[in-house]
Design a protein around this ligand. Structure first.
Ligand SMILES: *[C@@H]1O[C@H](CO)[C@@H](O)[C@H](O)[C@H]1NC(C)=O
Length: 369
């Protein structure tokens, strides 16, 4: 959720013109604020932050509307004794990015977020641990496989961008060296932010050639070394292949905007976004374009209107009764096959992080085309 908010914020900051042209700026700010209000509430004391509500297995076992849920919903926090650097630093990144989004329209909200972002960063940096070792129920679902080094660097860079306080730039350099972040990125995702670090360093340390070189090499690696589906989607991971393509499309458009390999980056991003929007004969975005998905693996939109029970609606052969407008579904397998099937969650799941960089990439497409 924090990565989602960071990426929405980034798209609003660096593709502001595209967002304005599309008339999405106010919606974008409201969406970011939905997340950041929650983060501010979840920060309940000094070095105390709630990172999970609900038990993974219990939530997964339930198919129905969120407002009908009656199962146990325990909440877990991180604190000095059971810390979580990846969680705290990514939330710091989200609040810092959002602070930039709100700097002019709501300076008070912006500075409130910055204050919490700085404390969360200090927490992440001083009490080092993987959050999934503290909130152990998260390990099965959202463990940061890449560790917390990338989040420490990325959080510091967002804080430096928002505050221009050199301490954070120094922290970013320290994390870069300590965690050897210059190599090994195979995706850009809620787990692994190394490629985002290359981009932010490119912007914030313009005299150092190694950062744009790392970004260029990452984008080349993705474009040239990864497999593609027959229809042209870069296939980074079978889980939400569309989302991975959209995430690298965002970075490619961002790089193009900085003047880096402009045509190559723009053409690649355009091919990926157009694939998602319908180049293979149908759209992967619910409620949009030609023959879009109608049976996403999404609980509440699959339920009928209350008071009718949602029981059995996971197996309903018909379309979801409600249209989850704008949600991006997982996508095809490596051979390009995709079936609109609610039970096939690998290819039909929707998720907040699936739509985050995708939204910014669409704004980037408006700007660069
Ligand atoms: C910069 O950030 C550090 C770490 O949070 C803080 O101790 C320091 O006071 C800040 N400096 C300024 C000028 O705000």
């Amino acid at each position: 959720m924090a990565f989602t908010a960071t990426m929405l914020g980034w798209g609003l900051v660096d593709f502001a013109e595209g967002q304005e042209t599309a008339g999405q700026m106010d919606y974008g700010r409201a969406t970011v604020k939905w997340a950041t209000d929650y983060f501010l509430k979840a920060h309940t004391a000094h070095f105390e932050f709630y990172g999970q509500v609900g038990k993974g297995t219990l939530d997964h076992d339930y198919w129905g509307r969120p407002e009908d849920m009656t199962m146990e919903r325990p909440a877990w926090d991180i604190d000095s004794k059971a810390p979580g650097s990846d969680l705290a630093a990514e939330t710091a990144a989200a609040l810092a990015a959002a602070a930039i989004v709100f700097q002019e329209v709501d300076p008070q909200y912006s500075s409130e977020m910055l204050g919490v972002a700085q404390e969360l960063y200090e927490f992440a940096d001083e009490k080092r641990e993987m959050y999934s070792n503290s909130i152990t129920d998260a390990a099965q679902y959202y463990k940061s496989w890449s560790g917390y080094g990338d989040e420490l660097c990325w959080g510091a860079l967002w804080l430096y961008r928002a505050t221009r306080n050199d301490t954070y730039l120094m922290k970013a350099h320290e994390a870069w060296d300590e965690f050897d972040l210059g190599a090994g990125a195979e995706e850009f995702s809620w787990d692994d932010k190394k490629a985002g670090v290359y981009a932010l360093f490119t912007l914030l340390e313009p005299d150092d050639e190694k950062y744009p070189a790392a970004l260029k090499e990452f984008l080349r690696h993705i474009r040239e070394d990864m497999p593609y589906t027959p229809g042209g989607l870069v296939f980074i991971n079978k889980w939400g292949a569309n989302r991975h393509a959209a995430n690298v499309a965002f970075l490619s458009l961002w790089a193009a905007k900085q003047g880096m390999n402009v045509k190559t980056n723009r053409d690649f991003a355009t091919s990926q976004i157009n694939y998602i929007l319908g180049d293979v004969g149908h759209s992967f975005v619910i409620g949009y374009g030609v023959d879009p998905p109608q049976k996403p693996h999404h609980r509440s939109s699959s339920c009928p209107w209350p008071p009718e029970s949602c029981l059995g609606y996971q197996q309903n052969p018909g379309p979801n009764p409600h249209t989850l407008y704008g949600a991006l579904v997982g996508g095809p397998d490596q051979d390009g096959n995709w079936v609109d099937d609610r039970l096939d969650y690998v290819h039909n799941e929707v998720a907040c992080d699936y739509n985050a960089a995708f939204t910014g990439a669409l704004a980037g497409m408006i700007e660069t085309n």
